[in-house]
Design a protein around this ligand. Structure first.
Ligand SMILES: Nc1ncnc2c1ncn2[C@@H]1O[C@H](COP(=O)(O)OP(=O)(O)OP(=O)(O)O)[C@@H](O)[C@H]1O
Ligand SMILES: [Mg+2]
Length: 232
């Protein structure tokens, strides 16, 4: 078997939150490798540290100690501007809800990462409309986020996270605010688009059904990685 390139590596990541004289240790010694094209699910109960881990891995937050390496770059060594540039180019992110910018249309939202990457607006909008067609939303392209359903907004958010073909796409409870049917649709679209772009996918969930389709399931309990199961 050929070794796949490691896109993301976390080594002994610790995150403490200090307020007054109390310290909450949200993550303890978390280590994890994600390879190109690999689909990873992070599962754990509410409060176990899943979002904190995703935020540290994606450069939204900085660990108290330990290292996070994305595409061979140690995130701790990057300036804010370098971090923002790396995030814009190589990381897609889908949150539970409210992903879209309300003052941009659906197609403008999806085009935004391309425009920020330097693509001309007309070309970016063409590409955004192609992506919207892939997630079944071509008829919503010119509408505002307030005019679409929660499921449609999440599908558009997945399209936006994937459009610039980042190296890794994170989704933190992407179906958490949806009913079962819409949740399933968003899940399928996330899997499909991540596979099409060849990116690594990292989904955070406490829904074992959502985790079932992953190549790797990482379980967190009280801020610690207690198991990493790789499908044969
Ligand atoms: N900014 C913060 N300041 C203080 N404590 C925090 C902060 N963010 C998270 N925590 C604490 O860290 C722990 C882990 O929180 P986190 O949000 O990562 O959990 P989670 O697994 O994502 O939970 P959920 O499933 O409810 O989203 C919790 O005890 C939480 O209260
Ligand atoms: Mg969370």
């Amino acid at each position: 078997m050929t070794e796949k390139k490691i896109v993301l590596r976390a080594k002994n990541v610790q995150r403490e939150f200090v307020s007054g004289d109390t310290t909450v240790t949200a993550l303890r010694n978390c280590s994890l490798d994600v390879s190109a094209g690999e689909f990873v699910a992070i599962v754990g109960k509410s409060g176990s540290g899943k979002s904190t881990l995703a935020n540290c891995l994606s450069g939204l937050d900085r660990p108290t100690s330990g290292t996070v390496t994305l595409l061979d770059r140690d995130l701790a060594t990057l300036s804010e501007a370098e971090m923002a540039g790396l995030r814009a180019k190589e990381i897609g992110f889908v949150l539970q809800k409210d992903n879209l910018i309300p003052s941009l249309t659906i197609e403008e939202n999806v085009a935004a990462p391309l425009v920020m990457g330097g693509m001309k607006l007309s070309a970016a909008l063409d590409r955004a409309r192609d992506m919207l067609a892939e997630v079944g939303l071509q008829h919503r392209a010119g509408q505002w986020p307030s005019q679409v359903s929660g499921g449609e907004a999440q599908r558009a958010a997945v399209a936006r996270a994937c459009v610039a073909e980042p190296a890794i796409i994170f989704a933190d409870e992407p179906t958490g605010s949806l009913d079962e049917e819409n949740g399933k649709q968003v899940q399928e679209i996330f899997h499909k688009l991540v596979a099409t772009t060849g990116a690594a996918g990292l989904i955070i969930t406490h829904d074992m059904d959502l985790a079932a389709g992953a190549d790797v399931v990482v379980t967190i309990v009280d801020g610690q990685v207690v198991s990493t199961e790789r499908k044969a």
